[in-house]
Design a protein around this ligand. Sequence first.
Ligand code: HEM
Length: 462
Amino acid sequence: MLGCILLLGAIAFIYVYYKKSFGYWSDMGVPQLEPTFPFGDMSDAIFRRKNMGDKIKEIYDRMKGKRYVGLYFFSRKVFLPLDPVLIKDILNKDFQHFSDRGIHYDEKNDPLSAHLFSIAGPKWKNLRAKLTPAYSPGKLKYMFETIVACGHLMMEKLDEMAAQSGEIEIKEILARYTTDVIGSCAFGLDCHCMTDPQAEFRLMGKRAFTQTVGDLLKMIVIRSCPPLARLLRLGVFSGNVTEFFNRVVRETIEYRENNNITRPDFLQLLIRLRNNGQIEEDTEETKKLPPGTALTMEEAAAQAFIFFLAGFETTSTTISFALFEMASDLAVQSRARGEVDRVLAKRASLTYESLAEMTYLDALVFETMRKYPPAPVFLRKCTKRYRVPGSNATIEEGQSLLIPCFGLHRDPEYFPDPERFDPERFSDENKSNIWDGTYIPFGDGPRNCIGVYILSFILSLD
Ligand code: HEM
C-alpha cells in the first residue's frame, strides 16, 4: 500500500515537474508547439514513426516565418533556429558559444566513442587542428588510385549482375563500394566487400547503422541521463562493433610498426600523430596549442573509426539518390554521361585533374545533397550563455540546438520548386543566387565536415 502511494506520488511529482518545464520557452517569449507528457515534442522520432530529419522539417514548415522555436526532448530544452542569418551566426560568428555537439562519449569505458565528431572543448580544438592536414586535398591525392581501383571493381560486379536476371539493390552495392574505399583509405586494408557481401567490414558497418530495440533503450538512457549511462558503462555502439574496430586498428598498427611498413593512408598519418603528436611540421596555428597531443592507441582507433563511419554511409546514400534522379530524368542522365564521355575522350585514363573539368557532375552532386542531405539535421550544444541577437530570448549553457538543414534545403523561399531536381541551381551562372546560409549539407563554421575534400573524390569517381 505504502509502495503504491509512493509510486503514485513519484508519478505525480514527475508529471507536475514536466508540465512546469513545458512552459519554459513560452514563458521566455519563444514560440513553441504543444509538448505531451513525457516525450515532449519528439515522440514521433523516439518511436521511429518519423525519422528525425522529417520530424524537424515538419516543425520547420509549420513554424516558417518565426526566427526560432523552442522544443522539448522529454523535459530537456532544445532550441531550433529557423532563420538562416541566425543559423549562420550560431555556426560561425558566435561559434565560441556553440563549439560542442553535446554527443555522449565516454573516454574511459568506451574509448571508441571519443572521436572527432563527439569530443568537446579544447581537446576537440586541438585534435581538429592536428587532423586537418590529414584531410587536405594534397594529402588526399594519394588515395586517388585506390578509389579508382575500387570503382573498377564495382563496375565489373555490376556488369556481372546485369548479365543475370533480377533486381539489383544499388544502395547495398554502393555501401560495399564505399566501405572498400574507406577501408583502404582509412585502414590500408582490402575489405573485399565488393566480392563478398558477408565481408566482416560490411557486416560491422551495417550493424553500426542498425538500431535494435536494445539500442533504442540504451540511447534513451544515454540521451536523457548521461551520468547513469556512464555508471552502467553503456557503450554507444554494439559490443561487436567496438571490439572489431579496436582490434583491426590495434593489429594493423602493431603489424606496421613491427615490420617497419609505411603506407600512404590515413592510418599512417594517425601513427605519426600517435608517435610524434603531429603530422606535419607545426604551423603557426598548431604551435599555439597546448602540448601533449600524441594519441593513445584507443584514441587513434576512435579517429579511424569515425573516418569510416562518417564516410561510407553518407557517400553511398548520396550516390544512390543521384542515380535515382538520373534514372528518373533521362535529360539529366544524358547530359552527365555526355560530360564524362567528353572529358574521358581527351585522356587515356581518368586522372585527378580530369575531375575538375566535370562541372555538370559537380552541380548534380550538389543538387543531390540539397534535395537529400545525408545529415538532415545536426547538433550544437550551448557552451556559454547566449542572448539571441535582436530579442530577449536566451540559450543557457548546456542546452542543445538543432540545425534544420533539410528544412532550409526544401524551403521554396530559398529554392523555388524545391521538390524539382535541377542541377542548374548550382551552375556557375546560378550558384551565386543561393542565399548565404541556406545550403549547408556539410554544416558550417569551424566544426563543419572535415571530410569535404575526400568525398568529392569518392562521389565523382563512382
Ligand atoms: C556526402 C558526404 C558527407 C556529408 C553530407 C557530410 C556531412 C557532415 C555534416 C553535416 C557534419 C556536421 C557538420 C556541423 O556540425 O557543422 C559532418 C561532420 C564530420 N564529417 Fe562529414 N559528411 C560527409 C562525408 C564525410 C567523409 C567522407 C568523412 C571522412 C572520411 C567525414 C568526416 C566527418 C567528421 C570527422 C566530422 C566531424 C568534424 C568535427 O566535429 O570536427 N564526412 N559531416
